[in-house]
Write a protein that binds this ligand. Structure first.
Ligand code: SF4
Length: 389
């Protein structure tokens, strides 16, 4: 029997790609466990370095080199996959009704915006969305190949559709950008992230060297055994409940609360921006458990189990009338009265309706009223402090 010399495993959401001497097999996670136990006597490869990283994991590993992806695809990921498929199909010329039939109205609106944006940014040049032509082979010994959503080789453009919150994805895009530059003989690539739910484009250029160093930087940090860093992805990390740093952080926040001097301690902490940032990061770990705890309490109360100090509050759903039914009575009620009851439209929606109805007319900018702005804080990754080893 021939001996297998090189084994790589890349876990995806719900399945894994097992590569044995270059031959790739898609296996479910249970089968993967069995194969690994057969080979190693344990469910993980002996050397962590045999596990390949997916490009989509790189932004998370850039924030915490110990991040562990969860095999559970989750609702948001399923929504993203559905929207990705519609986006690709529309760009490949599939008829709108067919391409968007599985989408909710808001998802469809987001996707149509993304498709229109790609066409506009490519000004009539060829856009490639075919999976086979957007797939890139593995180029880094530790990172799998990947698949862009669409590319425009002639303009050196790479597009990635993103649903959900606006986040950083540059490490993933760097991996694709390097492959495109190599395949299309380009010196640089412009990457457009299409945050379709917000209808926002975020753009960045990559040179070849930049793209390589970004990916190398993440892999080096993982392979050199850098410790965990609390980050915005902790809630998605499969190690969140056992992570030592997270447990320690929660412990420290609790100690402060238990010391009985919360007000005085906080007064001291709040004088120092570094201490304040550290405290908020640690307290956020507890906050996430408060949310989980509330869900559990609701479960108890719904099953008639008493929870001291808590009661279940049920709110009746809002009574509404669909717009098409309102329209039937518009003549009697009067359109101005109805519009007043509906209230102000977002400028973006009005602009869209106006442009569709009167494409040759200039949009009346003077009608747009801007409300009062507001500020809030958002946590950003803390730059890694270099230490001499
Ligand atoms: S839970 Fe721990 S290992 Fe996971 S991302 Fe957060 S700090 Fe990193």
């Amino acid at each position: 029997m021939k001996t297998v010399e090189c084994i790589n495993v890349a876990r995806e959401a719900g399945h894994a790609v097992l590569s044995m001497d270059g031959a790739e097999y898609s296996v479910n996670l249970d089968d993967l466990q069995k194969v690994l136990i057969d080979l190693y006597g344990e469910p993980t490869p002996r050397k962590a370095s045999t596990e390949l990283l997916r490009p989509s994991l790189l932004p998370k590993l850039a924030q915490c080199p110990c991040f562990v992806s969860s095999p559970d695809a989750g609702e948001a990921a399923e929504r993203g996959t559905r929207m990705d498929a519609a986006f690709r199909n529309l760009l490949m010329g599939v008829e709108e009704f067919k391409a968007c039939q599985h989408l909710q109205p808001d998802e469809k609106e987001s996707i149509l915006w993304a498709v229109k944006t790609v066409r506009m940014l490519c000004s009539g040049e060829e856009v490639i969305a075919d999976k086979n032509r957007c797939t890139f082979p593995q180029w880094h010994p530790r990172v799998t190949g990947g698949e862009a959503d669409c590319i425009c080789p002639i303009l050196g453009k790479l597009f990635d559709l993103k649903s959900g919150q606006i986040r950083n994805y540059w490490e993933q895009q760097a991996s694709y950008a390097k492959s495109i530059m190599e395949r299309e003989f380009l010196d640089e690539v412009t990457c457009h992230l299409l945050f379709c739910d917000q209808q926002q484009i975020v753009t960045r250029k990559f040179t070849y060297q930049e793209a390589v160093s970004i990916v190398n930087g993440v892999v080096d940090s993982v392979d050199s055994g850098d410790g965990p860093r609390l980050c915005e992805y902790c809630e998605w990390c499969a190690a969140q409940n056992t992570c030592q740093l997270r447990n320690q952080a929660a412990g420290e926040a609790l100690t402060l609360a238990a010391s009985g001097t919360l007000e005085e301690s906080f007064a001291v902490i709040s004088q120092d921006p570094v201490k304040l940032a550290d405290f908020i990061t640690k307290a956020a770990v507890l906050e996430s458990y408060v949310e989980k705890g509330k869900k559990k309490i609701l479960e108890y109360l719904s099953n008639n189990k008493e929870v001291p100090g808590f009661k279940r509050v049920s709110c009746k759903g809002k009574d509404t009338v669909e717009p098409e039914n309102v329209a039937k009575y518009a003549t009697w009620i009067g359109v101005p009265k109805l519009l007043k009851a509906y209230g102000s439209l977002s400028a973006a929606t009005f602009r869209k309706l106006f442009t569709e109805a009167l494409p040759e007319k200039k949009f009346p900018e003077e009608l747009v009223k801007t409300g009062a702005g507001y500020s809030y804080v958002k946590q950003t990754p803390v730059p890694k402090i270099k230490t001499n080893k």
